[in-house]
Unconditional design. Structure first.
Length: 219
């Protein structure tokens, strides 16, 4: 075979390859598909977790000072004679309701039990000094603690329970050796909690560094 014929054959093969290559389907631009998938995921997330269902958390700088919410007419009511700590919780007293309302409206942008509980905890934590049990220990009414600005663990717990119950939060006292704190019945904070699922959350306002679920470390 001559060189010219060989070159012609080679050129023909190249042309066929190029032609076949042009017939191949061009790769698709996948960017629109990726963007569509992202938008779909975002829409599903908004549907599953609407903005009004997102948790609200109070900021410490929104917690009012005790002087900002203390009613001028605040007085100490008659003391119970019982040794039952629950008898000292005066959540239905108008002064306690007024104090609690002033705290939660200042710290929470909408009605939210978690926000209410955290805000009330921060208020007691920051405004009531912790003192050790006196020699002649007795349960302080929440009005006494507010006026004194100081209390032992009993006084902290009674005040916090009174404030929480006054805004509709169920509470119970958690007793440990030489200490008492408060537990609040609140909606679960887990991302995929069942609707209306609740849990007991610990609050220890005597511990100035403790957040929800934390307690003072006792020796």
């Amino acid at each position: 075979m001559s060189t010219a014929a060989s070159d012609d054959e080679h050129q023909k093969i190249l042309e066929e390859v190029i032609t076949d290559k042009d017939k191949l389907p061009k790769p698709r631009n996948m960017l629109p598909y990726y963007l569509g998938a992202v938008i779909l995921i975002m829409l599903l997330a908004l549907w599953a977790f609407p903005s009004d269902s997102l948790p609200v958390r109070p900021k410490r700088n929104d917690i009012p000072a005790i002087s900002d919410v203390l009613p001028a007419s605040l007085a100490v009511p008659e003391r119970p004679t019982s040794n039952d700590i629950d008898q000292y919780v005066t959540h239905d007293h108008p002064d306690i309701k007024a104090v609690a309302a002033g705290i939660v409206t200042s710290a929470c942008s909408k009605a939210d039990d978690r926000c209410y509980a955290d805000a009330l905890h921060y208020f007691v934590q920051e405004n009531i000094a912790y003192v050790k049990d006196p020699i002649n220990e007795y349960y302080e009414l929440p009005q006494e603690t507010l006026l004194a600005g100081a209390a032992d663990c009993d006084g902290h717990a009674i005040l916090l329970a009174s404030l929480m119950r006054s805004v509709g939060i169920l509470t119970r006292f958690k007793h440990t050796p030489r200490h008492v704190s408060v537990e609040a019945w609140l909606p679960q904070s887990k991302l995929f909690s069942k609707p209306y699922a609740k849990e007991w959350v610990l609050y220890d306002a005597t511990c100035k560094e403790c957040g929800p679920g934390e307690a003072r470390a006792l020796p």
